[in-house]
Ligand binder design. Structure first.
Ligand code: PMP
Length: 353
């Protein structure tokens, strides 16, 4: 028996990164380093005090307060959820939906368009150029024509690593009349510029962040946005009650006490990213500058999928983007530990011959 799913879901595949059992996993942009031992101890200790028979704080006030303090904004401008993906879903539930439009600029993070479509939002696509740079004029043109309820920018952009020039955001905001402009900064701390200080309580800019990458907490599923208080109130209306469990709330609040340690990990990964890019430049691949914790590259000969498979055969897993629109032949590698990156570089050199 085939039970028909609702209209609009038929053409939507599920979204995942193939997981293969390998020694070197560089495919999902996690941190190769765990959170600090001090955080782990404080976290486990606080878990001992939890009343597990009671619902968690529905508004996650302590967590929101700590995030608000981190960014120097009132707690009413912070919304937290199960990963920044759920923040994006809540934004689409509140501001997208049938008869409304979202704009994305491809190639970019596939979940922006995917989540928009899941919520019944029509997706209009603008394009980055052949080197994945988003031209402010293209942003302006696409937004003026589509008049979207939601525009997604992503800086640093996944999977290209590219940081948008500030005039891209200026152009997007100038072209938008009644919609939200969302800047996905999942990799924000790896770059030298951010839009987070531009968020104003009376504006239409929202910046999303995650604990999954720089904070080394992908297992805990925690993300948030800084937004006008009016937007946060709308997100609170569409999210399920008690969506953040007590464990996530404790973990996130305590993580923020270890900001210097986070910054030290980020600095280490940025250095390592430089080494990885230089080493890739010596191989027969095209490589793009990255402001994130991953690097996009394109082997000059051979099929991307064949090279991806040959790397897997050498126990190295990267992301195969080679069949995605506008990413012909490209692969994406997460910055790992120096040892992991050496294993990747050695395997790639061997594969490329
Ligand atoms: N945005 C971007 C650009 C990402 O690359 C990711 C993770 N792949 C996310 C959002 C989602 O991260 P999470 O749900 O783990 O916070």
């Amino acid at each position: 028996m085939t039970l028909p799913v609702r209209a609009g879901l038929d053409g939507l595949a599920d979204y995942h990164s193939p997981q293969v059992s390998v020694e070197v996993r560089l495919n999902t942009n996690e941190s190769p380093y765990p959170p600090p031992a001090g955080w782990r101890e404080a976290f486990l200790q606080e878990l001992q005090t939890v009343s597990f028979h009671r619902y968690p704080d529905r508004g996650a006030a302590a967590l929101r307060g700590a995030i608000a303090e981190l960014h120097g904004v009132p707690p009413a401008q912070i919304f937290a959820a199960n990963g920044s993906n759920e923040v994006i879903q809540a934004l689409c539930l509140a501001y997208g939906g049938p008869t409304r439009t979202a704009v994305v600029f491809e190639p970019t993070y596939a979940l922006h368009a995917h989540i928009a479509r899941l919520t019944g939002t029509e997706v209009v696509t603008g394009a980055r150029d052949a080197n994945f740079v988003l031209d402010p004029a293209e942003a302006e043109r696409t937004i003026s024509a589509a008049r979207p309820a939601v525009t997604f920018l992503c800086s640093p952009n996944n999977p290209t690593g590219m940081v948008d020039a500030p005039d891209v955001l200026d152009a997007a905001r100038a072209a938008t009349d009644a919609g939200l402009v969302i800047v996905d900064e999942a990799y924000g701390q790896f770059a030298s510029q951010s839009a987070i200080d531009d968020v104003a309580d009376d504006g239409n800019l929202v910046v999303t962040r995650t604990f999954s990458k720089t904070w080394s907490m992908a297992a805990l599923r925690l993300g948030y946005c800084v937004a006008p208080a009016e937007v946060v109130a709308a997100l609170d209306r569409v999210i399920l009650p008690y969506h953040l469990d007590v464990v996530q709330q404790i973990a996130g609040r305590l993580a923020l006490r270890y900001k210097p340690e986070m910054e030290a990990r980020v600095a280490m990964l940025v250095d390592e990213r430089g080494r990885l890019v230089r080493a890739l430049s010596d191989l027969a691949v095209d490589v793009w500058p990255s402001g994130a914790n991953f690097v996009l590259f394109r082997p000059r000969a051979g099929s991307g999928t064949d090279i991806w498979e040959a790397l897997v055969a050498r126990s190295v897993l990267v992301r195969n983007c080679s069949t995605w629109a506008a990413l012909d032949g490209c692969l994406r590698v997460t910055v790992g530990t120096p040892a992991e990156d050496d294993a990747f570089l050695e395997a790639l050199a061997e594969v490329l011959g």
